[in-house]
Design a protein around this ligand. Structure first.
Ligand SMILES: C[S@@+](CC[C@H](N)C(=O)[O-])C[C@H]1O[C@@H](n2cnc3c(N)ncnc32)[C@H](O)[C@@H]1O
Length: 186
Protein backbone atom coordinates (compact mmCIF):
# COMPACT_ATOMS: atom_id res chain seq x y z
CA UNK A 1 0.00 0.00 0.00
CA UNK A 2 1.48 3.40 -0.91
CA UNK A 3 0.29 6.58 0.71
CA UNK A 4 0.41 9.92 -1.02
CA UNK A 5 0.45 13.00 1.15
CA UNK A 6 -1.46 15.89 -0.30
CA UNK A 7 -0.78 19.57 0.09
CA UNK A 8 -4.18 19.55 1.80
CA UNK A 9 -2.72 17.55 4.72
CA UNK A 10 -0.40 20.43 5.55
CA UNK A 11 -3.21 22.97 5.10
CA UNK A 12 -5.34 21.05 7.62
CA UNK A 13 -2.40 20.83 10.05
CA UNK A 14 -1.70 24.57 9.76
CA UNK A 15 -5.39 25.52 10.06
CA UNK A 16 -5.58 23.53 13.30
CA UNK A 17 -2.07 24.39 14.56
CA UNK A 18 -3.26 24.98 18.13
CA UNK A 19 -4.18 21.29 18.44
CA UNK A 20 -1.80 19.74 15.89
CA UNK A 21 1.39 21.62 16.84
CA UNK A 22 2.96 21.09 13.42
CA UNK A 23 2.80 22.22 9.80
CA UNK A 24 3.74 18.96 8.07
CA UNK A 25 3.15 15.23 8.57
CA UNK A 26 5.96 13.17 10.13
CA UNK A 27 8.73 12.06 7.77
CA UNK A 28 9.20 8.40 6.79
CA UNK A 29 12.49 8.41 8.74
CA UNK A 30 10.79 9.64 11.93
CA UNK A 31 8.00 7.06 11.60
CA UNK A 32 10.51 4.25 11.03
CA UNK A 33 12.54 5.30 14.08
CA UNK A 34 9.37 5.70 16.21
CA UNK A 35 8.09 2.21 15.41
CA UNK A 36 11.46 0.43 15.54
CA UNK A 37 11.08 -0.89 19.12
CA UNK A 38 7.74 -2.64 18.36
CA UNK A 39 7.75 -6.42 17.94
CA UNK A 40 4.78 -6.66 15.56
CA UNK A 41 4.74 -10.47 15.62
CA UNK A 42 3.83 -10.34 19.33
CA UNK A 43 1.47 -7.36 19.15
CA UNK A 44 -2.26 -8.08 19.18
CA UNK A 45 -3.63 -4.68 20.06
CA UNK A 46 -2.04 -1.27 19.47
CA UNK A 47 -3.47 2.16 20.31
CA UNK A 48 -2.51 5.21 18.26
CA UNK A 49 -3.05 8.67 19.76
CA UNK A 50 -3.23 11.70 17.45
CA UNK A 51 -3.13 9.92 14.06
CA UNK A 52 -3.89 13.15 12.13
CA UNK A 53 -3.61 12.47 8.38
CA UNK A 54 -2.80 8.79 9.00
CA UNK A 55 0.89 8.65 8.05
CA UNK A 56 1.77 6.63 11.19
CA UNK A 57 -1.51 4.68 10.92
CA UNK A 58 -0.61 3.39 7.45
CA UNK A 59 2.89 2.45 8.61
CA UNK A 60 1.39 0.53 11.53
CA UNK A 61 -1.13 -1.31 9.33
CA UNK A 62 1.64 -2.30 6.90
CA UNK A 63 3.61 -3.92 9.75
CA UNK A 64 0.79 -5.43 11.84
CA UNK A 65 -0.33 -9.05 11.72
CA UNK A 66 -3.62 -9.77 9.89
CA UNK A 67 -5.36 -10.63 13.17
CA UNK A 68 -4.15 -7.63 15.21
CA UNK A 69 -6.22 -4.55 16.01
CA UNK A 70 -5.39 -0.85 15.81
CA UNK A 71 -7.43 1.65 17.81
CA UNK A 72 -6.98 5.31 16.87
CA UNK A 73 -8.08 8.27 18.99
CA UNK A 74 -8.17 11.56 17.07
CA UNK A 75 -9.65 14.77 18.48
CA UNK A 76 -10.13 16.52 15.14
CA UNK A 77 -13.30 15.34 13.37
CA UNK A 78 -12.01 16.17 9.87
CA UNK A 79 -8.98 13.92 10.38
CA UNK A 80 -11.16 11.23 12.01
CA UNK A 81 -13.59 11.29 9.05
CA UNK A 82 -10.69 11.00 6.62
CA UNK A 83 -9.18 8.07 8.56
CA UNK A 84 -12.54 6.27 8.39
CA UNK A 85 -12.07 6.04 4.62
CA UNK A 86 -9.19 3.57 5.15
CA UNK A 87 -10.62 0.18 4.33
CA UNK A 88 -9.05 -2.19 6.83
CA UNK A 89 -10.99 -4.44 9.20
CA UNK A 90 -8.24 -4.17 11.85
CA UNK A 91 -8.77 -0.44 12.26
CA UNK A 92 -11.08 1.28 14.80
CA UNK A 93 -11.29 5.06 14.50
CA UNK A 94 -12.63 7.18 17.37
CA UNK A 95 -13.16 10.94 17.20
CA UNK A 96 -12.22 11.33 20.85
CA UNK A 97 -9.64 12.73 23.25
CA UNK A 98 -6.77 10.38 23.99
CA UNK A 99 -7.71 10.54 27.68
CA UNK A 100 -10.85 8.45 26.96
CA UNK A 101 -8.84 5.33 26.16
CA UNK A 102 -10.33 3.24 29.02
CA UNK A 103 -13.97 3.76 28.02
CA UNK A 104 -13.12 2.90 24.40
CA UNK A 105 -11.31 -0.27 25.44
CA UNK A 106 -14.34 -1.19 27.58
CA UNK A 107 -16.62 -0.69 24.55
CA UNK A 108 -14.38 -3.05 22.55
CA UNK A 109 -14.08 -5.49 25.50
CA UNK A 110 -10.30 -5.20 25.57
CA UNK A 111 -8.60 -5.40 28.96
CA UNK A 112 -5.11 -4.15 28.07
CA UNK A 113 -3.03 -3.20 25.03
CA UNK A 114 0.44 -4.14 23.82
CA UNK A 115 1.68 -0.70 22.79
CA UNK A 116 0.58 2.93 22.58
CA UNK A 117 2.03 5.06 19.78
CA UNK A 118 1.54 8.79 20.20
CA UNK A 119 2.03 11.87 18.03
CA UNK A 120 0.14 14.04 20.53
CA UNK A 121 1.47 17.61 20.83
CA UNK A 122 1.81 17.27 24.62
CA UNK A 123 3.19 20.79 25.12
CA UNK A 124 -0.01 22.27 23.65
CA UNK A 125 -2.38 20.17 25.78
CA UNK A 126 -3.24 21.42 29.29
CA UNK A 127 -1.32 19.83 32.18
CA UNK A 128 -4.36 18.15 33.72
CA UNK A 129 -5.29 16.42 30.44
CA UNK A 130 -1.65 15.37 29.83
CA UNK A 131 -1.55 13.82 33.34
CA UNK A 132 -4.79 11.94 32.66
CA UNK A 133 -3.57 10.72 29.26
CA UNK A 134 -0.21 9.51 30.58
CA UNK A 135 -1.76 7.88 33.67
CA UNK A 136 -4.29 6.03 31.52
CA UNK A 137 -1.54 4.88 29.12
CA UNK A 138 0.31 3.44 32.14
CA UNK A 139 -2.87 1.81 33.50
CA UNK A 140 -3.89 0.18 30.21
CA UNK A 141 -0.56 -1.11 28.88
CA UNK A 142 0.35 -4.73 29.51
CA UNK A 143 3.47 -5.39 31.54
CA UNK A 144 6.44 -4.97 29.17
CA UNK A 145 4.31 -2.95 26.73
CA UNK A 146 5.69 0.26 25.24
CA UNK A 147 4.59 3.87 25.04
CA UNK A 148 6.30 5.46 22.03
CA UNK A 149 5.97 9.20 21.65
CA UNK A 150 7.79 11.85 19.62
CA UNK A 151 8.14 15.48 20.64
CA UNK A 152 9.96 18.57 19.42
CA UNK A 153 11.23 19.43 22.92
CA UNK A 154 12.07 17.65 26.17
CA UNK A 155 9.24 19.39 28.02
CA UNK A 156 7.45 16.20 29.13
CA UNK A 157 10.46 13.97 29.77
CA UNK A 158 10.03 14.33 33.56
CA UNK A 159 6.35 13.27 33.32
CA UNK A 160 7.26 9.89 31.79
CA UNK A 161 9.95 8.87 34.29
CA UNK A 162 7.70 8.05 37.29
CA UNK A 163 5.14 6.13 35.20
CA UNK A 164 7.36 3.59 33.42
CA UNK A 165 10.05 1.13 34.50
CA UNK A 166 12.38 2.29 31.73
CA UNK A 167 12.44 5.48 29.63
CA UNK A 168 14.90 5.80 26.77
CA UNK A 169 15.41 8.90 24.73
CA UNK A 170 16.52 9.07 21.09
CA UNK A 171 16.74 11.92 18.60
CA UNK A 172 16.35 12.24 14.85
CA UNK A 173 17.39 15.09 12.59
CA UNK A 174 15.52 13.42 9.76
CA UNK A 175 12.26 15.30 10.26
CA UNK A 176 11.15 18.91 9.99
CA UNK A 177 11.51 19.92 12.76
CA UNK A 178 13.98 17.39 14.23
CA UNK A 179 12.38 15.35 17.02
CA UNK A 180 13.01 13.55 20.29
CA UNK A 181 11.67 9.99 20.53
CA UNK A 182 10.60 8.57 23.88
CA UNK A 183 10.65 4.79 24.27
CA UNK A 184 8.90 4.01 27.58
CA UNK A 185 8.52 0.43 28.82
CA UNK A 186 5.93 -0.51 31.45
C1 LIG B 1 1.40 16.50 15.27
S1 LIG B 1 -0.18 15.94 14.68
C2 LIG B 1 0.32 14.30 14.26
C3 LIG B 1 -0.20 13.80 12.97
C4 LIG B 1 0.47 12.52 12.44
N1 LIG B 1 0.30 11.42 13.37
C5 LIG B 1 1.95 12.74 12.18
O1 LIG B 1 2.78 12.15 12.90
O2 LIG B 1 2.26 13.49 11.27
C6 LIG B 1 -1.01 15.70 16.23
C7 LIG B 1 -2.42 15.15 16.14
O3 LIG B 1 -2.92 14.97 17.49
C8 LIG B 1 -4.31 15.35 17.50
N2 LIG B 1 -4.65 15.66 18.91
C9 LIG B 1 -4.32 16.78 19.62
N3 LIG B 1 -4.78 16.67 20.88
C10 LIG B 1 -5.40 15.46 20.98
C11 LIG B 1 -6.06 14.76 22.04
N4 LIG B 1 -6.18 15.30 23.26
N5 LIG B 1 -6.56 13.53 21.79
C12 LIG B 1 -6.47 12.97 20.53
N6 LIG B 1 -5.86 13.59 19.49
C13 LIG B 1 -5.34 14.82 19.71
C14 LIG B 1 -4.37 16.55 16.56
O4 LIG B 1 -5.68 16.78 16.10
C15 LIG B 1 -3.40 16.09 15.45
O5 LIG B 1 -4.07 15.36 14.44
Amino acid sequence: MTVKFQFGDSIKLIRNIRTTGTIAPSSKALIKALLKPVDFEKSHCIVEMGPGNGCVTHALLRRMRPTSQLICLELNHEFADHLRTIEDGRLHIYNACASSIRSILDELKISEVDHVISSLPLTLIDDDTVSRILASVGDNLRSGGRFLQYQYSLANYGDMKPLFSDVKLRFTFRNMPPAFLYDCVK
